[in-house]
Design a protein around this ligand. Structure first.
Ligand code: KG4
Ligand code: ZN
Length: 336
């Protein structure tokens, strides 16, 4: 018999609720985005984000449940992102999840936001990747290359400074293109000439990290800043060159991993997995290294409650539930 999980996502600025079934089909999904609020500031203001979650969480829960056509009795568990993220934002989702779990007498499942992004690639899709598989999570908060085996996850590489999405957002802010930066830059880049601006390659042959799976995006920001300061900018071409360098770096680092080990599948997720350059690059990579590619549908790339519910099914099947003192954490290290 099918089971259903209600998933709550509030780790940043999206209040998102979803009901997902045990085949990982999305039954209902409601996301209230705060983008228009934070655009004014050119980035997310944590206190405002938390306050807006307070205002929207109950109506969003009601909406998602109604739209699913199910009643609380049909729900097997309440899942919620409890780390990593903005603490005030996470607390709102976790408090709401605890209230529902107690009120409905259902188990509570705390979810790692990165696991949830990985699971977004399996939503509304029958196939699952064979383990061990390679996973790339590229979002506003993370640029992580992870190996997923039967025994768990190993982080193979991470960013030393900004996350990929953060670099998109910061460059867009410098260029006055609005927030979030990724979608605007992606759109502009499509019309630009990548070779017009000679931005530095992010991975020089003399770079001490050239053989390590580490990312660094701060240098490219400074390079874009210098071009902007010179004035008279062809924005489409500058953004095309910027995006090209980011994609090139991710490509090089993934190839570094793949040169040492073979994987049957690659799972790419996170907000930046919506980027057209990233999608094209990983499609080519999957073909070259003969891997099955798992990419979320565009509508599931950004933070959403469906991925939270999807990633909780493994814990539900193993009866791994959270206690009512479930805590939140801003980082990937969490007590529970
Ligand atoms: O996964 P997500 O919704 O939130 C985090 O967990 O961080 O990712 C948001 C990030 C933002 O930095 C946004 O600029 C970026 O994803 N993003 C993109 C695109 N769409 C969203 N970056 C590049 N190209 C895009 N098309
Ligand atoms: Zn995210």
């Amino acid at each position: 018999m099918k089971k259903y999980i209600l998933g709550i996502e509030s780790s940043c600025d999206d209040t998102s609720l979803s009901v997902v079934d045990s085949d990982l089909n999305v039954i209902s999904l409601k996301t209230v985005s705060q983008t228009s609020v934070h655009t004014v500031f050119g980035g997310v203001i944590p206190e405002i984000a938390a306050r807006n979650h307070i205002a929207w969480i109950m109506p969003t829960i009601d909406h998602a449940l109604k739209e699913s056509g199910l009643s609380p009795e049909d729900i097997s568990a309440v899942a919620v992102t409890n780390f990593p993220g903005l603490v005030g934002s996470l607390l709102v989702g976790v408090a709401a999840a605890k209230g529902l779990a107690i009120g409905w007498n259902k188990p509570l499942i705390g979810v790692n936001h990165l696991d949830a992004h990985i699971a977004s690639s399996f939503l509304d899709r029958k196939e699952r990747p064979e383990k061990p598989y390679l996973s790339l999570v590229v979002s506003g908060g993370h640029t992580s290359v992870i190996e997923v085996t039967e025994r768990g996850q190993t982080v193979l590489g991470e960013t030393m400074d900004d996350a990929a999405g953060e670099a998109f957002d910061k460059v867009a802010k410098m260029a006055d293109l609005g927030y979030p930066g990724g979608p605007v830059i992606d759109k502009l880049a499509k019309k630009g000439d990548t070779s017009k601006y000679k931005l530095p390659y992010l991975l020089k042959s003399n770079n001490k990290y050239k053989d390590d799976v580490v990312f660094s995006f701060s240098g490219i920001k400074s390079a874009v800043k210098r071009v902007l300061e010179e004035g008279n900018v062809d924005m489409e071409s500058l953004m095309a060159a910027f995006q090209d360098r980011i994609v090139e770096l991710i490509d090089r680092k993934l190839k570094l991993v793949l040169s040492g080990k073979k994987y049957k599948a690659i799972v790419v997720s996170g907000g930046v997995s919506a980027n057209s350059g990233v999608r094209e690059m990983v499609s080519k990579l999957a073909e070259k290294f003969d891997m099955e590619l798992f990419l979320p549908q565009l509508k599931y790339c950004q933070d959403n409650g469906a991925m939270v519910a999807a990633s909780a099914f493994e814990k539900l099947n193993n009866n791994e539930f959270s206690d009512m003192d479930l805590d939140v954490s801003p980082t990937v290290r969490c007590r529970k």
